[in-house]
Ligand binder design. Structure first.
Ligand SMILES: C[S@@+](CC[C@H](N)C(=O)[O-])C[C@H]1O[C@@H](n2cnc3c(N)ncnc32)[C@H](O)[C@@H]1O
Length: 446
């Protein structure tokens, strides 16, 4: 398939863009800074309503009142981590300072300026904390096994360690999130580069990969903002420790780097990569065809694309955003139209995304017993039923159904312990979508 000339012109680097970029950087730092006040404000709203309730209601809710104190403590803990995450972000990129060539005092001013917090940004801060669980905790192991392991296994099949020099196999992971998949690939000896354009993700992955050393030395409370649908109070306040491995545990000569910037703008060199591995990524495009085209171009002839993820197109139904939402069949046609040869394909792969295990009460039956079991209670659910049994079941969204495919492309350290972060483009997208909240269960009673 012929590609159109100048179909996707690159943005011109100019001072306006520099300024926009600085503002964007500042806005994300500011979002992290506002986390504590924003989150506490939410609890305080509940607390003041609680205090306005009749005394006997408050008495019945005394444990709930104590629980809200615990919620506030968890927010403080999260904020401790956030402060560490943003501590050194001014120096995050090797090749450019976000404050440009300005001197330290200007940079300090720039990083301490507070822009007005944006609600959507606060949700992204919360999503970043949850992503720590997916990528770097024991609790995320099952999710990673479902999402990353099939990709890693296939890389091992395609590039067997005993039949190649793994450091000569160049693997790109676009949309790398907090970097665990890219790290796991590099840990096996391959040369791996993660790419990410969200500063939320980049700040947090920089912290984990370059600053965290002791196993499980930090704790977060990822579900503390989930006020509803909790079976037990501790499900909201649960602590999760990270990192579950030492991120600096890489082979001595490991080649592992992260680049910051839009995948479409950073990767313009044709025939460069032996393998592109995408996980929960291709549906992040306004135009998925453009992602596929870029992957095709940057792969060497004979290179391999391994993909796993759903088609929950991120820009679908977002006001002011363009989006197309082709079905998997249509996407497959596009892929083959570019010249890829399909080697292996699986549909209905069950996966989750940064999800709280307690959201899934499975099919466990929970009988409401004792004094609660009576007419009044059953009235809650239906006047005719006397015994109330509530089944918490996993709803339709219990799991994401992902598509897994492998394609052959048949077209023609300064400091070794430090993961290099390079900023390779001059534009950050303002509103990337990194909020993955799925309805987790429905409850009903018989
Ligand atoms: C759904 S997340 C998946 C992250 C990771 N692969 C995982 O499975 O946990 C998609 C990631 O791709 C990033 N992303 C989306 N579009 C991108 C683009 N054009 N260039 C670079 N990163 C992008 C988002 O910021 C987000 O972190």
């Amino acid at each position: 398939m012929e590609s159109m000339q100048n179909a996707y012109p690159r943005k011109v680097h100019d001072s306006y863009e520099d300024e926009e970029e600085r503002k964007h950087f500042q806005r994300i730092v500011s979002a992290f800074r506002h986390y504590k006040s924003h989150s506490l404000q939410r609890v305080k709203k509940t607390e003041s309503y609680l205090l306005s309730l009749p005394g006997h209601h408050q008495k019945l809710l005394s444990k709930y009142k104590e629980h809200l104190q615990e919620v506030k403590r968890c927010i403080e803990y999260n904020n401790d981590i956030i402060r560490l995450i943003i501590k050194d972000v001014a120096h995050i990129f090797e090749n450019v300072s976000p404050a440009s060539a300005q001197n330290d005092s200007v940079r300090k001013l720039y990083l301490t300026q507070n822009t007005r917090p944006v609600l959507a940004d606060q949700e992204k801060v919360q999503a970043t904390i949850k992503q720590l669980v997916r990528d770097w905790s024991v609790e995320g192991a099952e999710e990673r096994k479902a999402c990353y392991q099939p990709i890693i296994d296939e890389i091992s099949n395609q590039f067997p360690l005993d039949k190649c020099t793994p450091s000569q196999v160049q693997i790109l992971v676009p949309g790398a999130g907090l970097g665990r998949l890219a790290y796991e690939i590099a840990r096996r000896g391959y040369t791996c580069q993660g790419n990410e354009f969200s500063l939320f993700m980049l700040f947090a992955s920089h912290f984990v990969l370059n600053k965290c050393r002791g196993i499980n030395s930090y704790q977060v409370h990822p579900w503390v903002h989930q006020y509803m649908n909790n079976l037990k109070p501790e499900h909201q306040t649960q602590a999760v420790f990270f990192p579950d491995v030492n991120p600096s545990d890489l082979p001595e000569n490991a080649q592992f780097s992260m680049t910051a910037g839009d995948f479409l703008e950073v990767y313009t060199e044709d025939d460069h990569w032996d393998c592109v591995a995408t996980c929960f990524f291709i549906d992040c495009a306004n135009n998925v065809v453009q992602f596929i085209e870029t992957i095709y171009k940057i792969l060497k002839p004979g290179g391999v694309w391994i993909n796993l993820g759903p088609l929950l197109y991120h820009f679908s139904d977002i006001p002011m955003e363009d989006s197309i939402e082709p079905s998997y069949d249509a996407v497959r046609e596009v892929i083959q139209g570019f010249g890829f040869h399909l080697e292996k394909e699986e549909t209905h792969v069950k996966t989750r995304y940064a999800q709280n295990a307690h959201e899934h009460f499975g099919s466990s039956k929970w009988k409401i017993g004792g004094i609660v079991q009576g007419l009044k209670c059953s009235n809650l659910y239906g006047a005719n039923s006397k015994t109330t049994i509530t089944y918490f079941t996993s709803g339709a969204h219990e799991a994401l159904y992902s598509f897994f495919f492998i394609l052959g492309h048949f077209s023609n350290n300064e400091d070794e312990s430090k993961i290099k972060f390079n900023k390779r483009t001059d534009s950050f997208i303002e509103e990337e979508i990194t909020d993955y909240e799925y309805v987790s269960f429905f409850s009903y009673c018989h």
